[in-house]
Design a binder for this molecule. Structure first.
Ligand code: HEC
Ligand code: HEC
Ligand code: HEC
Ligand code: HEC
Length: 504
């Protein structure tokens, strides 16, 4: 009886134990099932390389066999259908939109042809097409040095590795035209062995070295910006570093603001060209996207170029980096709304507001600069002496540098609106100063009337005004495309045909 009671008393305990054990077993079975499903998904998605990539494989299609999603999205940079208010995927003829630029760049290649850029896919095509590279007839001909290829192609790191960096920077643009054929791509930014981001351009590595920084020490998030800073930066060609080489150099030793870089160039007495009208020793800003971005709030908050221009994308349940580098306004949901909760419309308005307001003052500065160049030319014509002009020309140099630093990066009014507004404002002050000095000088020379503003209402009129023979330039280009370009392409094709692709 007692036993029976004990037995019965134990029963609920046993039941609970069985219940508990069942729960545990079911739990682990669930875990196992989840794990099996996950593994299966992984095995489907896992990276299975098809070809062996050599360290400097320049052909994007070859990389694409291993990474089809990234390659396909990269290839979409060939799409030219999207337009935003000021930018977008197609080229825009900036000289047509704003003929004042022709006068600002009188005496320099940019007055011949300047287009707002398009996708990476076109980098090679466009550098061949622009009138700035001229119509070289042979390897020793033409206006540009080989250095102009540096930001166009993964054939650049390949060739630098084969020939050495200094040799790469020697010679004319046309001397290596047959070598550089693959547009900006995988090998520019990735180490093929690990697919980690890497810096392939020596100018960036050297600029950091001079500041005592090792590019290997940068964080993963910083690298998501620095791969772009290989090309989207201000630079100049240093002719003194090595005899006969136009050595690509970033002018950052005093800092990266417009003022710092201006000081750097002044100190080494560097100028890109002498202005065709005013004879001022001019500076041409390239595209200081990285420098300007660095002064903005997004950089301050650790947002990288890739966060906005290469957001993640999901396809077939797999998340990957969208390699269609373009205006983020064509992809607000992934580019902005991962961080901002505002409606797309409002975010676009935020971008346009900043651009509109900055362009208002930028245009005002352009008009002042045109006037200053024209008035300086008049002063020379009326017999001004070099000593009279020196200060004035230095002002024109500085004012236009500040304008160009602000205008040359097509995203700058959004990347750092406050800094860009400041730089333009300083440019306006300096340009006005030059014009006050010019007015004084002109009256000293006996000329009291206002110097007439030229009729530069169209690109054609402006180019004629500065004395460009566009017919000749276009004919040279046509001849180059007919006679030289096919030779380059043939040589490149033959070379690449002989590169075996090793398969796994
Ligand atoms: C090897 C040099 C190089 C690198 C690296 C590079 N770019 Fe570019 N980028 C260019 C050139 C050159 C163009 C202009 C191409 C043209 O117009 O033919 C360009 C164009 C662009 C455009 C304009 C596209 C359009 O549709 O208007 C964007 C945006 C851009 N790059 C962003 C980036 C970002 C972001 C990075 C880094 C993740 C980057 N680029 C890395 C050289 C480079
Ligand atoms: C302008 C620089 C740039 C170029 C050119 C470029 N990539 Fe990337 N790639 C990136 C960045 C930035 C990431 C994100 C890396 C990260 O955050 O770890 C990335 C990520 C990747 C990844 C990792 C997986 C993923 O999708 O996030 C693969 C694989 C890859 N790229 C393949 C390619 C291939 C293939 C090409 C050529 C068709 C290419 N990339 C060209 C910058 C570049
Ligand atoms: C990775 C996160 C991130 C992404 C992506 C991002 N932002 Fe921001 N944005 C920020 C942060 C952080 C701030 C600073 C605001 C703060 O700290 O209060 C900011 C500030 C801003 C501001 C106000 C600053 C100013 O210029 O006056 C605007 C406008 C803005 N973002 C628009 C955009 C747009 C448009 C995009 C897409 C093209 C974008 N952001 C993408 C994080 C992001
Ligand atoms: C917070 C988001 C954000 C970050 C970070 C950012 N950009 Fe942009 N970028 C934009 C927006 C927005 C525009 C304006 C697009 C337009 O007007 O259509 C733009 C424009 C551009 C353009 C001109 C695009 C065109 O269509 O021609 C280039 C080139 C560019 N950015 C490069 C860079 C580089 C390089 C970096 C890093 C150094 C960077 N951006 C960082 C949002 C960003």
């Amino acid at each position: 009886m007692e036993n029976q009671i004990l037995k019965n008393a134990r029963k609920p305990w046993v039941n609970w134990a069985v219940f508990g054990a069942t729960i545990i077993v079911v739990f682990f079975l669930g875990l196992l099932a989840a794990s099996i499903i996950e593994r299966r998904a992984e095995s489907e998605n896992v990276y299975t390389p098809k070809v062996k990539l050599t360290n400097f494989e320049p052909r994007n299609e070859v990389w694409g066999q291993n990474f089809p999603r990234e390659y396909q999205s990269y290839y979409l940079t060939s799409d030219t259908s999207f337009h935003s208010k000021y930018n977008g995927n197609a080229t825009i003829d900036m000289l047509e939109i704003d003929p004042r630029l022709v006068v600002l760049w009188a005496g320099y290649g940019f007055s011949k042809d300047y287009k707002q850029g398009r996708g990476h896919f076109y980098a090679i095509t466009d550098v061949k097409n622009t009138l700035r590279t001229g119509g070289p007839k042979n390897a020793e001909d033409g206006p540009m040095p080989s250095t102009c290829w540096t930001c166009k192609s993964p054939d650049v790191p390949r060739l630098m590795n084969e020939r050495g960096i200094i040799k790469f920077y020697k010679g004319k643009w046309a001397s290596i035209g047959h070598e550089i054929v693959n547009p900006i791509g995988c090998a520019d930014c990735h180490d093929p062995a690990t697919m980690n981001l890497r810096i392939t351009r020596p100018a960036l590595i050297e600029a950091f070295e001079r500041q005592g920084k090792d590019v290997k020490s940068f964080s993963h998030q910083e690298m998501r910006t620095l791969v772009c800073a290989q090309c989207h930066v201000e630079y100049y060609f240093d002719k003194h570093k090595t005899e006969g080489a136009q050595y690509l150099t970033f002018p950052w030793d005093k800092g990266k603001t417009a003022d710092d870089i201006e000081k750097y160039y002044d100190e080494i007495q560097f100028s890109d060209w002498e202005h065709g009208l005013s004879k001022a020793p001019m500076l041409k800003a390239q595209h200081p996207d990285f420098e300007v971005y660095s002064t903005g709030i997004h950089a301050e908050r650790g947002v990288s170029c890739a966060d906005c221009h290469m957001p993640y994308k999901t396809e077939g349940g797999q998340k990957f980096t969208n390699h269609q580098l373009q205006s983020p306004l064509n992809n607000i949901a992934n580019s902005c709304q991962v961080c901002h909760r505002e409606e797309a419309e409002k975010l676009v308005k935020n971008v346009y507001d900043r651009q509109d307001k900055i362009i208002q003052n930028r245009d005002a500065l352009e008009i002042l600069l045109v006037k200053a160049h024209v008035e300086a030319k008049a002063a020379w014509d009326f017999g001004a002496k070099e000593v009279d002009m020196k200060d004035i020309l230095q002002d024109i140099r500085h004012a236009q540098w500040r304008w160009d630093y602000s205008a040359a990066g097509h995203g700058s009014s959004f990347h750092s609106p406050v800094e860009i507004s400041r730089v333009i404002a300083t440019g306006i002050v300096i340009a006005q100063d030059a014009r006050v000095k010019l007015a004084r000088l002109l009256s000293k020379l006996g000329h009291y009337e206002e110097i007439a503003y030229p009729d530069i209402t169209t690109k054609e009129k402006a180019q004629k005004y500065i004395g460009l023979d566009m017919g000749k330039l276009k004919a040279e280009k046509k001849e180059f495309k007919m006679n030289v370009l096919p030779e380059w392409n043939k040589k490149a094709e033959e070379r690449q045909k002989n590169w075996a692709i090793e398969r796994y």
